[in-house]
Design a protein. Structure first.
Ligand code: FES
Length: 157
């Protein structure tokens, strides 16, 4: 295995032992840490996490596959995830998604050629009462209109 956590990430991983008393409980935080460290969860990273948590690679892959916030392939600098669940759809999230597809010239799951943006749909992001909700990397935005989206894109560094 050619990958391993940096000393800081390894220290953070070891701190999970004080928080969780079984390997399954620390799997999700370890996957988040691995994504932060390596950018996405490649098969090699899945194997590494399985070794660290003493779980089977199949179990780690199964959990990683379930969560849309865990990336199984490289994403752009900004990963835009738009909720297309019921509340957000009723508040025109699909129109917002179409607007972004047109603007960025990519389809769902694709990344722009300059590797700046990846666009995805997501299941409920927990902001149903402020729909439509989207997430750019780790930040959530609510009641997003195409106009507000344009402004958000302009303000990204
Ligand atoms: S339905 Fe979109 S955040 Fe819940």
């Amino acid at each position: 295995m050619n990958i391993q956590f940096s000393p800081n990430a390894l220290k953070e991983f070891k701190s999970f032992d004080t928080l969780y008393d079984n390997p399954k409980s620390k799997l999700l935080p370890t996957l988040h840490l691995a994504q932060k460290e390596f950018g996405y969860l490649s098969p090699e990273v899945i194997e590494y996490v399985a070794t660290l948590t003493e779980l089977s690679p199949a179990k780690v892959k199964e959990v990683a596959s379930f969560y849309t916030m865990l990336h199984k392939k490289p994403v752009g600098k900004y990963h835009i995830q738009i909720c297309t669940n019921i509340s957000c759809t009723m508040m025109k999230s699909r129109e917002l998604f179409s607007h972004l597809k047109k603007k960025l010239k990519i389809e769902a799951g694709e990344t722009t050629q300059d590797k700046k943006f990846t666009l995805s749909t997501a299941e409920c992001l927990g902001g149903c009462d402020k729909a439509p909700t989207l997430r750019i990397n780790d930040t959530y935005y609510y009641q997003v209109t195409p106009e507000k989206m344009e402004q958000l894109l302009k303000e990204l560094p």
